[in-house]
Design a binder for this molecule. Structure first.
Ligand SMILES: Cc1cc2nc3c(=O)[nH]c(=O)nc-3n(C[C@H](O)[C@H](O)[C@H](O)COP(=O)(O)OP(=O)(O)OC[C@H]3O[C@@H](n4cnc5c(N)ncnc54)[C@H](O)[C@@H]3O)c2cc1C
Length: 317
């Protein structure tokens, strides 16, 4: 399937644009689950000024969605109408600052931030070693692991709003809670400043190795997955509820519930996005009827289904 090509109109409207616009770009290639349709337009801004220029000059009703490394995304089979923005090289700067601080662009992979902090003797960021996203996604999701999360280490973030204005957000304005930020959904994070403490590089690198080894042993990190599918309900674990409801190994089409960690869904046999979403909704329905608990998706589902097909809970009705 493909969308109408908006690139010629956008290029005409934005003569000063320096980044790359491309029509009908497959998103399956750049997301972990490897499913879903194309982006109507994929825009890779050259830098923050280019991104701001783009946002300031496009039509107010053109849908805009930003993605990071696609490790927490399920793109539906019909693709993403409008513009998908992916930050690249122009947002990949990383630099240690005085006072055990480190500043990173939104496209820096979390693991790279952990390594740079370790090498600069900044402790407290080793947990990022195991999270396969980039800084923008970590800010939006308040990503965390091993007892720490982004809000424990963040000083401030910078974001561009839909009019192209840049905002500096201190931690208190980020409204971070469990796998959520209350910053308006259309704001795009471009940079973050993190606070660590003094540490010995060798000890931090050893801690990062422990994080990596734990992942290797306990999570299907070499599979096509979106990580934890559902948030842990207060006071309990999603995986335990899923296991108790008999869903370990459950399959829909090319998608299955991981045997190793049953809060992970896996695309192991050429699944469609619909297979994965239907599997997730089947798990939710079974957990609801077994334990009475409603699981909330942690994976962010974006885009439209194949024409006429249902989405969400309607997939299991
Ligand atoms: C194997 C595996 C293990 C995982 N383990 C963990 C874990 O331990 N802890 C954890 O918290 N998560 C984990 N995840 C989930 C995922 O890695 C995190 O949610 C990560 O922060 C997502 O970052 P991303 O760059 O991939 O974002 P994407 O998946 O591309 O996007 C996720 C959300 O962030 C938004 N977003 C992305 N970039 C920006 C930006 N620049 N500005 C504004 N919004 C943006 C997107 O619009 C979307 O809503 C895991 C995933 C996998 C596949």
């Amino acid at each position: 399937m493909s969308f109408a090509d908006l690139v010629p109109d956008l290029a005409a409207r934005l003569p000063g644009l320096r980044g790359r616009l491309a029509a009908n770009q497959p998103l399956a290639d750049i997301t972990w689950l490897r499913v879903g349709g194309p982006a109507q337009v994929l825009f890779t801004p050259a830098d923050a000024a280019d991104l701001a220029y783009f946002l300031a000059h496009i039509a107010a009703d053109l849908p805009v969605t930003v993605i990071g490394l696609g490790s927490n995304l399920l793109v539906r089979d019909g693709g993403m109408p409008g513009v998908v923005i992916r930050l690249g090289r122009g947002f990949a700067q990383i630099a240690a600052e005085p006072g055990h601080r480190i500043r990173a662009g939104a496209a820096v992979p979390d693991a790279k931030l952990a390594r740079a902090a370790a090498e600069a003797g900044i402790a407290g960021l080793a947990f990022y070693r195991g999270i396969p996203g980039a800084i923008g996604g970590a800010l939006r999701m308040n990503a965390g692991a091993h007892g720490r999360e982004t809000r424990d280490v963040l000083v401030e973030a910078r974001a561009v709003d839909r009019t192209g204005a840049i905002h500096v957000l201190p931690l208190s304005d980020m409204k971070l809670s469990y796998r959520h930020s209350g910053v308006p959904a259309e704001w795009i994070f471009i940079e973050a400043l993190f606070q660590g403490s003094a540490g010995d590089p060798a000890a931090i690198l050893a801690e990062m190795d422990e994080v990596a080894n734990y992942r290797e042993a306990n999570q299907p990190i070499r599979e096509r997955t979106g990580g934890s599918t559902f948030k842990n309900p207060p006071g309990s674990s999603a995986w335990k509820l899923i296991d108790a409801a008999g869903c370990r190994g459950l399959r829909v089409g090319g998608a299955k519930v991981s045997e190793m960690h049953c809060n992970f869904l896996i695309n192991d046999r050429n699944a469609s996005a619909e297979d994965i979403e239907r599997l997730g909704e089947t798990v939710r329905a079974r957990v609801k009827s077994h334990s009475g608990t409603t699981l909330d998706w942690e994976i962010i589902r974006i885009g439209v289904p194949r024409e006429g097909n249902p989405t969400g809970e309607a997939l299991v009705r």
